[in-house]
Every structure is written in structure tokens, then in C-alpha cells.
Design a binder for this molecule. Structure first.
Ligand SMILES: O=C(O)CCC(=O)C(=O)O
Length: 279
């Protein structure tokens, strides 16, 4: 299993990173962030919950994930009880420097640039405090990149992640399965056709002997996955168990040069996409 700790020799690390990435479609970076960096994000989330009702709050939250009550609403409108069930707080990167700096940390940016073969552009962030329990999917369902495969996601553990908290599930090497095209001729998902997608994936996984794995982690570990890697959230076995994480999706700056007024520099060769919050 490809797992790396920070501090390896750069040349050797670069070669093994790329080999693992191409072969497996994911990377695990252990011990990447110091506890103080992670604590800063957890403090920010706590602060956002306690100050959420301010009129100026533009954040959008998806509440009661994977249940019939699931709803996308303004964060300022929710009660504090909403925090006790799975939720997704969207796009903190649009507002907060500390989020931009962790998801575009210099060494992480170097690794992402290698994998994408270009300058990364953050296009969204998602903060979770519980497992998402999301069905297996590939990210091109929702945000296909302009150029095939020029997208990836990072998943940063903001606390120790245990097997009973609904860790992320992924299928090593599934990025090599030819992308499933919906009746629109694209990878963008059409809800009524998802059963056909699931059948297709099931057949392909069986033919390739691919079995699901889960990512349990220590605080500060990172899981990076390819745009076409099949993944989802496992069931939460202990409902009170949190699973704090920060997920980020990245495109390449190269494909978005024409929208130059939306491209904001964080540091050398690291950008984020400035846009309105989700509606
Ligand atoms: O964290 C999770 O459980 C799922 C996140 C995910 O699948 C995604 O953002 O694409």
C-alpha cells in the first residue's frame, strides 16, 4: 500500500509517489500536518458554529447527509442541534486564509502539482464532523474537469479516524476502469441511470479482483485520490463518533486561464477559484 511520511528524500519520493499514483489511483501521506495546524482548523469550525447566526455569514451547509431530511441551507439559519448529525459545511476556502493555507500548504502543493502535472486550483472545500455515508461514486459525476483526469481530491484527517466512525471507502486501481458515460454522453451523473453505473462498476471490479479498502487515520494524515477513483463513505457504526475531516477538490489552473479574474494566488504556483457560494 502506498504510504509516505514527510521528510523522505525528494527525488526518491517523487519517483515513488508518481509510480504509486499511476498504478493505484491514490496516495496516503502519513503524519503530514502538525497537531497545531489541525487544531487551527478545528478551532475555526468551533468558532463558525458559535458565530453562525451573524447576518453577514455567507456559508452554506448540507444538513442530515444521506437521509430524507438532507437539505442545503444557509449556515446562519440552522440550529445548534444540526451539528450533532452528519453535515457538510461548504467552501470555507472562499472566506478563510487558514483553510487556503492548509489545502495549499507548500509541500502538499508540490505533490499535487506533480500528480496533476500543473499548477493546482482549489475549486471547493468540504468540512465534515461525521462520516458522509455517501454512496460509491467518482468525482467526475459532479465536477468533471475540462481536461480528462486533470482533477484530484485531498482528504485531511482532523482527528484520529476509527473504523466505527464511517471512514471513507475506496477501490484501489479503479481509476483504470474506462469511465462510464451516461446517456448525455458525459461522465456527469444522471440520477435515474445510477443503477446502470453501479452494475457496470460491479462487473468491472469483479473482473479486476478489486476489493474495497477503508482509510482509518491519525490526525494530520492525508488521503489523495484520482478523479476517476471509485469511493464513498462507509456506514457509521457508532452514531456519536465524530470523523472530522477537510476534503478539497482541485483542478489545474492551466484550463481556467480565460477566467483570470476568478483565479486568486495563495502563494507561488498555488491558486484558488473565487466564486459565489453554492446557491
Ligand atoms: O468524506 C467522505 O465520506 C466522502 C467525501 C467524498 O466522497 C467527496 O467529497 O467526493
Amino acid at each position: 500500500m502506498p504510504q509516505f511520511s514527510s521528510g523522505h528524500n525528494n527525488t526518491a519520493l517523487t519517483a515513488s509517489l508518481l509510480e504509486s499514483w499511476n498504478e493505484d489511483g491514490f496516495l496516503i501521506l502519513r503524519n503530514f500536518f502538525e497537531p497545531t495546524v489541525v487544531a487551527q482548523i478545528n478551532r475555526l469550525v468551533d468558532h463558525l458554529w458559535s458565530s453562525r447566526t451573524a447576518d453577514s455569514n455567507k456559508l452554506i451547509i448540507d444538513t442530515y447527509l444521506n437521509s430524507p431530511q438532507c437539505k442545503r441551507v444557509p449556515f446562519r439559519s440552522v440550529t445548534k442541534e444540526v451539528r450533532e448529525s452528519p453535515y457538510k459545511l461548504n467552501d470555507l476556502y472562499l472566506e478563510y486564509d487558514e483553510v487556503r493555507h492548509i489545502v495549499l500548504h507548500a509541500e502538499l502543493t508540490r505533490i499535487i502539482s506533480l500528480l496533476l502535472q500543473g499548477t493546482p486550483l482549489v475549486i471547493n472545500t468540504l468540512n465534515f464532523e461525521f462520516g458522509s455515508q455517501q454512496d460509491d461514486h467518482v468525482d467526475t459525476f459532479y465536477m468533471p474537469p475540462k481536461k480528462s483526469n486533470c482533477m484530484l481530491a485531498t482528504w485531511i484527517a482532523l482527528e484520529p479516524i476509527t473504523a466505527d466512525s464511517g471512514p471513507i471507502r475506496y477501490y484501489p486501481k479503479s481509476h483504470k476502469i474506462p469511465p462510464y458515460l451516461f446517456s448525455n454522453g458525459k461522465t456527469n451523473a444522471i440520477a435515474s441511470e445510477l443503477p446502470s453505473f453501479n452494475n457496470y462498476m460491479q462487473r468491472e471490479l469483479e473482473e479486476r479482483n478489486i476489493e474495497a479498502k477503508t482509510f482509518t487515520a491519525e490526525s494530520g494524515d492525508i488521503f489523495i485520490w484520482h478523479a476517476q477513483l471509485l469511493h464513498g463513505g462507509t456506514p457509521i457504526m457508532t452514531p456519536s463518533k465524530t470523523r472530522k475531516s477537510l476534503v478539497t477538490h482541485y483542478f489545474r489552473k492551466a484550463e481556467y486561464r480565460h477566467l483570470f479574474w476568478r483565479l486568486k494566488k495563495v502563494h507561488r504556483n498555488a491558486y484558488y477559484y473565487k466564486r459565489p457560494h453554492q446557491s
